[in-house]
Design a protein around this ligand. Structure first.
Ligand code: FAQ
Length: 317
């Protein structure tokens, strides 16, 4: 039996960390964790938080042009939820030792990523339907699995976020279904949105497993509970049937249904487009970042006033 007094602390701590993962226990902020684990969870959560916040921009573009007061109220509530998701995720990520000011700095310096999907423009009202149905739909498939992620604050944030995302997905599908019952022009608009958002939504899940540098280690640490390809396939299988119900066509000439596996196989994803968007060359990357930097700067005085107020409160107590 190993002598506890001669075993190095890090070795004991590592064994304890691994045993907790094995037992499906959550890793909490004050627990010892390998530095590489901390960095990986932080990277993923920070990217996720940035995605929620940048993701408000394509939809924000339609608040003043929503076709009815009901549609406007729903859209406003949804966008506000996305901002809230960003805030829970920044708070949860801060438990890993990085301040959100630094996270935002990394975003502005393009050293921290956000989801590729938000670099595409929302050109018509049908795009608002496609974003809710497809983009939130893809986000939910990923996030339901992340409810079981090994880092406690991330897993708990996901539980609440998933409840809200499910409302978002339905409001998007409602928009698409309504347009598909409308005039030929409205139907064409819905199909056009489907054609433009389908492939970028599939790219949201990240590169194929064989080309994903982080998946294997992240699954070992139970940060990711399912691989990129497995989650993408779940999304494909549930979404295609939803499209058929309302009369939309899937823009994929190679699409096939496998009777044995009860699953769809798709044509090739354009990974050159994905990497080009991730590297900053998508249709809206520059616009998204310029907008974020501008409003972050304009809000500086509010943050400074709040900090001064909090400091004063502490001094007075
Ligand atoms: N976009 O080895 P992997 C939402 C990067 S929330 C940009 O597979 P990983 C709600 C990846 O960072 C949507 N970059 O990496 C909403 C890595 O680069 P790095 C966001 C991507 O981390 C709806 C490299 O490629 N959801 O939509 C993307 O193990 C509507 C290699 O990739 C989350 O963030 C991408 N799509 O797996 C809001 C969920 N994919 O960091 C408003 C949490 C990959 O080494 C309106 N995140 N990359 O420089 C995850 O599950 C994972 O981070 C993945 C990527 C699956 C995204």
């Amino acid at each position: 039996m190993e002598d506890i007094l001669t075993t190095p602390i890090s070795q004991t701590a590592l064994a304890h960390f691994e045993a907790r993962l094995q037992n499906d226990e959550k890793i909490e902020p004050k627990d010892w964790m390998p530095e590489a684990y901390r960095k990986t969870v932080l990277r993923q959560m920070m990217q996720h938080a940035h995605s929620e916040v940048i993701g408000m921009q394509p939809e924000g573009n339609w608040v003043l042009r929503a076709p009815s007061l009901r549609a406007k109220k729903i859209l406003l509530a949804k966008i506000q939820d996305e901002g809230g998701h960003g805030l829970y995720l920044y708070s949860a990520a801060e438990t890993l030792g990085m301040d959100r000011t630094e996270m935002i700095q990394l975003l502005h310096e393009q050293k921290a990523k956000y989801s590729s999907i938000f670099n595409y423009p929302a050109l018509t009202w049908a795009d608002i339907g496609a974003i809710g149905w497809l983009v939130d739909g893809a986000a939910i498939v990923n996030q339901v699995s992340l409810q079981r992620t090994s880092y406690g604050p991330y897993a708990r944030a996901m539980v609440r976020i998933c409840k809200e995302e499910s409302f978002h997905q339905r409001q998007g599908y409602e928009i698409m279904a309504t347009m598909m019952k409308g005039t030929p022009e409205q139907q064409a608009m819905a199909q056009d949105a489907m054609n433009r958002w389908w492939w970028p939504s599939l790219m949201m899940f990240g590169p194929h497993d064989a080309d994903s540098p982080h998946t294997e280690q992240s699954m070992e640490w139970k940060i990711k509970r399912e691989s990129n390809d497995r989650l993408r396939q779940k999304f494909i299988d549930k979404t295609i049937d939803q499209a058929y119900v309302i009369g939309l066509t899937i823009p994929d000439k190679d699409l096939k249904f496998n009777e044995e596996t009860k699953s769809y196989s798709i044509g090739p994803i354009n990974w050159d487009e994905f990497w080009s968007v991730v590297k900053g060359n998508g249709p809206c990357n520059k616009q998204r970042m310029t907008h974020h930097i501008k409003y972050h700067e304009e809000g500086r005085w509010v943050r400074e006033a709040l900090e001064a107020f909090a400091k004063k409160q502490i001094e007075m107590n």
